[in-house]
Write a protein that binds this ligand. Structure first.
Ligand code: TYD
Ligand code: MG
Length: 472
């Protein structure tokens, strides 16, 4: 065995330090350096130079040539297959990350059962729960009859020996990567070296045999897959399973995918009998909508290839504080400050003495800049106390100059809005997809296409006047 030297590895970013320190220089985290031996760890070079063999030349080839589609195994759980890009790819490794208790084991148990019922060989290895616990979950999910092969084991060599027995498995689920350890590395389970070495061994197994493997990883409160961020670049695809505490639905989000699109989401609802697919997320996010209250605007968003309608709620209230509060849930705080600044600078709307709260209904998270227009409408509506039309959707990006900029997929957004019974829309001018001229996505009669944000503000403010006229 090679002489082992002590080194310190940051459990957050994986960088190696020769000396212990309170703070990692590389990522700036505190108290993340842990002492680990170097022998046998990945990246430490061959442990025994006597066994070193001479390199074997490989055949170099060209960029063009025959390609086959990645062979996939389809689970039949539509939302899961959508997020993976059409099913688990044989010979690939997939990482499913998420907070503890979010439902990763539940989702994978359901997927395992569905695949096993179709005649695939599925092995589920749990390092976290005892067999009895997993059986209990399977009973609750009503899948206890499925021929899934189950083990509670944490040693990689033992797992590999177990699955080498019999027919090659189609899918191996390892729950979770943080509990795995290998004889190859001599640090404690859960450390970066162990997680990396264990993942490496499993990925090598997947590539060499053509079995698909799924690694489950817990996420830290900072939103990173705990410790093994290093695993993220080793695997072929990374999915995050997320949800807001207190809400029942869960979103499976693709972060990386070498075999498919990375902007897809799968939407599930957690029930007492496991996860249920939500085929139409808009209905879920708009479910508890009460017509006509000031400060609410419906945003027609896109998640990957799928339109999603969500309600954006704003509350603008007079502040008693010297520096008024700005609180955001489900959107970017910096982006809110930008919209507030644009409203002040170009539209003459003053928020300086008001607290501003912004919430995306249902605990959903929006990352698209296309939500700018809906946010601005909600803010102005709340400040003026004028409710926006209940059957109207909003989308469009706002630039710092106060101009409303076009966004992609206008047609699809409008189609979804129409399907859900919305009769009007506020959207940017010049969405090139609409240039055809045959009305705007069917809502033709009732669209408003401002070029400046000030036009929209004037329209909302103008609704007060027209309402007063009606009452006269
Ligand atoms: P679990 O899959 O164990 O989470 P993870 O593997 O991500 O840690 O899910 C745990 C939670 O889900 C737990 O709080 C109970 C809840 N749950 C249900 O609400 N319904 C169900 O049918 C199941 C199996 C779990
Ligand atoms: Mg679990």
């Amino acid at each position: 065995m090679a002489k082992s030297r002590i080194q310190f590895i940051c459990q957050n970013c994986g960088s190696v330090h020769q000396r212990w320190a309170g703070k990692c220089d590389a990522c700036g985290e505190w108290n993340t350096l842990v002492e680990e031996g170097t022998s046998g760890g990945i990246g430490s070079g061959p442990a025994n130079t006597r066994n070193a063999r001479k390199g074997r030349p490989v055949v170099l080839t060209s960029l063009s040539g025959d390609i086959e589609d990645a062979p996939r195994i389809v689970s039949g759980i539509g939302e899961l297959d959508r997020a993976t890009g059409g099913g688990f790819v044989r010979g690939s490794a997939l990482l499913v990350g998420g907070d503890p208790g979010i439902g990763k084991s539940t989702l994978l148990t359901q997927a395992a059962a569905a695949l096993a019922a179709k005649g695939h060989r599925i092995v589920y290895v749990s390092g976290e729960e005892a067999v009895a616990q997993i059986r209990l979950r399977a009973q609750r999910l009503g899948v206890a009859g499925a021929p899934v092969e189950l083990a509670a084991e944490t040693n990689v060599e033992d797992i590999l020996a177990t699955i080498a027995d019999g027919k090659r498995p189609d899918l191996v689920i390892l729950d979770s990567i943080q509990t795995l350890w290998t004889d190859m590395a001599d640090s404690a389970p859960g450390t970066v070296t162990q997680v990396r070495a264990a993942a490496q061994a499993m990925i090598r197994y997947a590539k060499s045999t053509g079995a698909a493997i799924v690694l489950v990883g817990h996420v830290t409160k900072e939103g990173q897959i705990a410790g093994p961020r290093v695993v993220e670049h080793m695997v072929d695809a990374v999915l995050y399973f997320e949800g807001e505490g207190g809400h029942h639905y869960r979103i499976l989000r693709t972060v990386k995918n070498r075999f498919g699109p990375t902007d897809e989401i799968g939407v599930f609802e957690m029930s007492d009998k496991g996860l249920r697919e939500v085929a139409n997320p808009s209905e879920l996010f708009l479910g508890e909508r009460h017509a006509k209250s000031p400060g609410a605007a419906v945003f027609a968003g896109m998640e990957g290839t799928r339109p999603v309608l969500v309600e954006i709620q704003a509350l603008v209230a007079p502040s008693t504080l010297g520096t008024p509060r700005r609180a955001v849930v489900g959107w970017d705080g910096a982006r809110l400050s930008m919209i507030l600044a644009v409203l002040e600078a170009h539209c003459g709307v003053r928020f300086g003495t008001h607290d501003v709260y912004l919430n995306v209904a249902g605990g959903y998270r929006i990352s698209e800049p296309a939500a700018d227009l809906a946010v601005a409408a909600a803010l102005v509506s709340s400040l003026t106390g004028l409710a926006l039309p209940a059957d109207c959707v909003y989308f469009g990006e706002i630039s710092l100059s106060g101009a409303v900029r076009p966004v992609a997929h206008a047609q699809q957004r409008l189609k979804e809005a129409e399907k859900l019974g919305f009769g009007s829309a506020v959207l940017p001018l010049g969405s090139e997809e609409l240039a055809g001229g045959n009305g705007v996505g069917g809502i033709g009669a009732d669209t408003f296409q401002p070029t400046e944000l000030a036009d929209l503000v004037a329209r909302i403010a103008g609704s007060r006047r027209s309402r007063a006229d009606e009452q006269e």
